[in-house]
Design a protein around this ligand. Structure first.
Ligand code: BG6
Length: 486
């Protein structure tokens, strides 16, 4: 990683004893910290939670997570936790609790001679965001001698109205330039590369429009079911959990025009333009599915409705397929098909750009025309890389064509890729908002899906371990296309 400049600060984690903090945030924080100057320490971490714990007890809990998750090497991780983690109980999050938190923050800042720079990270269930943000604001913790930043995990709202309301609460205390809304897909190397891939290669960008592209597919397939999160998931569903955020980010990065430069707001302006160009979604363009019992790789999977935390008659979708019409000069008439689902046969995230067939066909009826449609597959995970399918003449007499592929694999070129959280945390510390979702962007993406949220089409069943309901096939077939096989 190139060396980065990060100003010294206090990193406050709300929800510090939860799953997200223990498994993802704190390990990444430790890794980021290990690459920053340690003398004097660049950052100190203050965890907050409901329970009354001493610093030592909190450190013990964090270390227990790491042992369970087999963090290696463990010894330096333990040493870091002992030296850097403090804890403050927030009890019921009353005004007094936040005053005590302020006093503890000031004490740590003084002891460590920190200049008053503060990051507040909400690793909390989304229902808790408003109360915590108000608590921080009413206690004046967002005002200090240095800068203050607020980091909010997804989901940011559950529809347009709630996202708007949450933005208003946030903006009461934090100017938008200090707000970092996380979508961990934006931290993935392969997702960031989408822009570079397009803008650094004349070859691709020159064909990136309706002139040459027939249709676009975006798939985020997951093999996992809802695991231990039935209770959350049953209130969310695939549209809120995956489509409004992760798939929509892939849509905007694929569909956006080139920004004036790579400044955060220039990039985000172009992404927002894509969202605003999407035509209102029609009911016939949406398929919602829910998995029934089935088998995945020899493992028996119960029906969604039999998962812990899920209502027995739940109508929540675990699969969504969509057709979007982007009404812009670049994309008019080019369908974007999006799909995502749980309990599909394998994990795979990819974007497939299908190019048009040649306008004139010289090779006779025996060779189908569509064999010659070039296809660019951008694989975002696993096996990160891309593949370009093209036609060649088979050697020998006569003209016979076959499809061959050029491959690029990140793992071959670079070895393992950095973790998304690592990148995102470093960017928050550096004050770079490019990979974070802006207020208008989050509202525009909710606005796009309002028609489905208001009038959800009926649920179609699919067997766990299949590629989703048959209606998802018909959605693309009815307009003359096929999903690529994964
Ligand atoms: C999360 C969703 O945001 O993304 C999960 O809440 C989903 O339901 C996960 O499994 C997928 O992330 P990734 O990085 O494994 O594709």
């Amino acid at each position: 990683m190139p060396s980065v400049h990060v100003e010294r600060h206090l990193f406050v984690v709300f929800g510090a004893t939860g799953d997200l903090a223990g498994r993802m945030l704190l390990p990444s924080l430790r890794e980021v910290a290990s690459q920053l100057p340690r003398r004097p320490p660049t950052l100190r971490v203050l965890g907050c939670g409901r329970r009354p714990l001493t610093d030592r007890e909190f450190q013990d809990e964090v270390i227990a997570w790491w042992k369970k998750d087999r963090v290696t090497p463990l010894a330096p991780a333990i040493a870091w936790a002992r030296a850097n983690l403090a804890y403050q109980s927030l009890g019921d999050e009353g005004p007094d609790d936040f005053r005590k938190l302020g006093a503890r923050m000031a004490e740590i800042e003084k002891e460590n001679r920190l200049p008053g720079n503060r990051i507040f990270y909400l690793a909390l269930p989304s229902q808790a965001f408003p109360k915590t943000i108000r608590g921080i604001g009413e206690a004046g913790l967002h005002r200090s001698a240095g800068w203050t930043r607020l980091v909010v995990e997804k989901p940011f709202g559950t529809n347009l109205a709630s996202a708007h309301e949450l933005n208003e609460i946030v903006h009461t205390y934090f100017d938008e330039r200090r707000v970092y809304r996380i979508d961990h897909y934006l931290g993935k190397e392969t997702v960031q590369n989408l822009l570079v891939f397009r803008l650094a290669n004349m070859f691709f960008e020159s064909v990136w429009s309706r002139e040459c592209i027939d249709f676009v597919e975006i798939t985020v397939a997951e093999q996992l079911g809802v695991e231990q999160r039935g209770d959350y998931y049953d209130r969310a569903g695939a549209l809120r959990d995956m489509v409004q955020n992760h798939l929509t980010q892939l849509l905007t990065l694929t569909g956006m025009d080139e920004p004036a430069n790579l400044e955060a707001d220039e990039v985000r302006n172009e992404k927002v333009k894509v969202l605003r160009s999407v035509e209102p979604i029609r009911p016939e363009d949406v398929v919602r599915g829910q998995y029934r019992a089935g088998r995945i790789g020899g493992r028996r999977v119960p029906a969604y409705r039999d998962e812990a935390g899920v209502a027995r008659r739940s109508e929540t979708e675990t699969f969504v397929a969509l057709r979007l019409r982007v009404n812009s000069w670049r994309w008019q008439g080019v369908p974007f098909f999006l799909r995502t689902g749980k309990c599909l046969p394998k994990k795979r995230t990819e974007i497939v750009i299908h190019f048009r067939s040649p306008p004139v066909w010289f090779f006779g009826e025996a060779i189908p025309r569509n064999i010659a449609a070039n296809r660019l597959t951008i694989v975002l995970q696993p096996d990160e890389g891309f593949e370009l399918a093209f036609e060649i003449k088979n050697p020998g007499l006569g003209v016979e064509l076959s499809t061959h592929r050029l491959h690029f694999l990140y793992s071959e070129a670079f070895g393992p890729l950095p973790e998304a959280y690592h990148t995102l945390l470093t960017d928050v510390m550096r004050g770079d908002q490019t990979l974070f979702v802006r207020a208008d962007e989050v509202e525009d993406s909710w606005r796009m899906y309002e028609p489905i949220l208001r009038h959800p089409p009926r649920i179609r069943p699919y067997a766990a371990g299949s590629w989703g309901p048959k209606e998802a096939e018909e959605l693309v077939r009815s307009v003359g296309y096929e999903w690529s096989s994964l």
